[in-house]
Design a protein around this ligand. Sequence first.
Ligand code: 5GP
Ligand code: SF4
Length: 500
Amino acid sequence: CGIVGVFGTPYSFQEVYQGLLLLQHRGQDAAGILSFDFLDKNFHSHKDLGLVSDVFRPEILAGFSGQMSIAHTRYATVGPREKENSPLNSIDLKRDIQPMTINYPHGIGMVHNGNIVNYYELKTYLLEEKRRHLFTNNDLEALLNILSDGLREKVEGKHHFDIFQDAVKSLFDKAKGGFSVLGLLADKGLFAFRDPHGLRPLILGERKLTEEEMAVHPTHFGKSYCLSSESNSLNFLGYDVVRDLAPGEILFIDQTGEIFSSMDYSKKKNIAPKSCMFEWVYFANPESVLEERSVYSARLDFGKNLAGEIQALIESGEIKPDLVVPIPETSRVAAISLSETLKIPYREVLIKNRYIQRSFILNTQASRNRAVQLKLTAIASEIKGKNILLLDDSIVRGTTSKRIIEMVKEAGANEIYFATTCPPIRYPCYYGVDFPDPKELVAADRTVEEVQEYLGATRLIYLSETATKKSIGKESLCMACINGCYPVDIGSAKTFQDMR
Ligand code: 5GP
Ligand code: SF4
């Protein structure tokens, strides 16, 4: 999912809308915006299934007002799905769209990116101990209830940020998983927090208000702040990047524009940072910078480091590639550096029909198969008789790779080598990326040779785990889907998968 929030400008809802457009690649199921207007003291909101630009037609946006807003674009990892041969249950799907709100002890609205591993446990706790019924299948609702519970305690003389940070810390104690959260507290301000490992990204930016903005509104603070899943939306909206939120950081921007932050939770508990490596591999946009590491440069390094492994195979005569061919879009950057390093020509001979959605965003195997067929066309005249080195960012289910290999074969390729800038994905992700079922992961119970055979490639080359880490340039990453070392205990996850 993608989340973005803006505090301080009279156009906050327009900015989160634009920010959301730049996060569309992070989810295409649904979109929503919630704003709060300090003048009429009301929330304004709209959400629906569909792409950001479809959900927010100009006439809808025109109905918003407010100096602080949060927004969400959804990529459903759990919850009701389109089932094979059965119609979409749009009532259930709609019910789960974010932002979500609660009315006690304050008006609170929230969005999140990620997944709560012990959701089922929390749901039971809320029902049995707090007599709170959850209306949706979205774990955000559980977070919202737990936070609001923590905010009920009013301690005289205690600063409002201290009350708030205590409530979030107690939420950290209870809710396990990977999550980045943005929220609005009616009449009080905008808040943000990141899970104690920092599994999901969240970045803060600021800009000065323009004179026109200052004139438009009496409630300006001279500055506006933006928080987003990725830096690309900050750049686009004219915000300077301040910093990534620290793992376990709790941040509050109050109604006077003052910022409060607390970063001690993870340090005190000795919790190591674990950014998700998959953001650099696939999820984030290439123009974004996460944790001060450019996604584009990391991808260039994936290509360079992969070249080292491929060079050895060329020298030993095992493979003889004539062309390096990227599978659009994500692998392009790595394919360029791979081709440069190997000194083998780079050719974009798989042409993408750009009006078809990314295949993984479609939720069933049948709809994915359809999408792969429609998505790419091979230029046979450039492929015929050549040894093609195909490069993709990752192999998840293997559907895409298998079909592309068939397509390149049909276009007359001689030999087809398949390389990927991600090590074999063997374990499910419980922290918000959609590869939940090991049965669906092509590498889960196959050796590299078996995957190679399944895909129909002459040779399959994975970037190694060490080279992946080296390319991203960070020591402490989550790589659980690769090596099964889960930073957050997934003990109760099985039950929760079954329940939902
Ligand atoms: P698959 O191997 O699942 O058929 O497709 C892999 C392709 O889907 C790669 O080109 C990769 O770009 C893309 N992909 C990246 N992330 C994901 C994800 O989270 N889930 C799935 N299924 N595919 C993804
Ligand atoms: Fe990212 Fe994989 Fe960890 Fe999930 S398991 S957070 S996809 S690195």
